[in-house]
Design a protein around this ligand. Structure first.
Ligand code: ATP
Ligand code: MG
Length: 181
């Protein structure tokens, strides 16, 4: 029997959450919670996030209708210091994102840190523009991460820049479990 998908959105829009202040990824996760409350089906594809201790790995697993796809190695690295593994993982994320954005079962697809993957030269801006232009009309997509390129900002319908005014990091408070990860 053929599956029947009841889309939540007639016209899915493109969001970008960028900037150097805290709240980009967690804001996308807030949207996921809201969408799930209307029986929405969600995919979150994470780039450069192979580190296995993020709270959202288990947290999102409690939500029905949410699938999390994690890519990236588990180490931090500076721009220009990526390896073949980082490149391969980013390509894998791109392929997963393509599949999700063309699958009518999803209402919302979050591409977490995809902007950073572009900034770190793991993906090309054109890869992401092609990805977005191929998305199904019914899917809302969120691209998170610092350094969103202007080409992506141009095609987006909603762009929010998180601006750092204060962060406890400035007072040497280290990343805290349940808050930063
Ligand atoms: P969050 O995941 O908490 O919503 P984010 O997605 O806005 O943060 P990223 O740029 O992805 O932030 O940052 C990665 C990590 O650094 C996260 O653990 C995040 O909480 C933390 N962080 C975010 N903004 C700042 C900041 N201005 N100074 C120091 N650490 C930050
Ligand atoms: Mg983030």
């Amino acid at each position: 029997m053929e599956a029947i998908f009841l889309s939540l959105f007639e016209k899915g829009l493109i969001h970008v959450y960028t900037g150097n202040g805290k709240g980009k990824t967690t804001s996308a996760m807030g949207l996921i919670v809201r969408c799930v409350g209307h029986e929405g089906k969600v995919a979150m594809v994470q780039f450069m996030k192979g580190w296995p201790f993020y709270g959202e790995i288990k947290g999102l697993s409690y939500l029905p209708g949410v699938e999390l796809f994690r890519t990236g190695s588990d180490r931090c690295f500076k721009k220009g210091e990526h390896t073949e593994v980082d490149l391969r993982e980013a390509r894998r994320g791109l392929e997963i994102a393509e599949r999700c954005l063309t699958d009518p079962k999803y209402d919302l697809v979050v591409l977490d840190e995809i902007n950073v993957a572009v900034h770190f030269d793991l993906l090309k801006v054109s890869d992401v523009l092609n990805l977005i232009s191929a998305k199904l009309a019914s899917i809302e997509v969120v691209l998170t991460g610092r350094y969103a390129p202007k080409e992506i900002i141009e095609v987006a319908d909603l762009v929010t820049e998180m601006v750092e005014i204060k962060h406890p990091y400035q007072k040497n408070v280290l990343a805290r479990k349940g808050i930063e990860y």
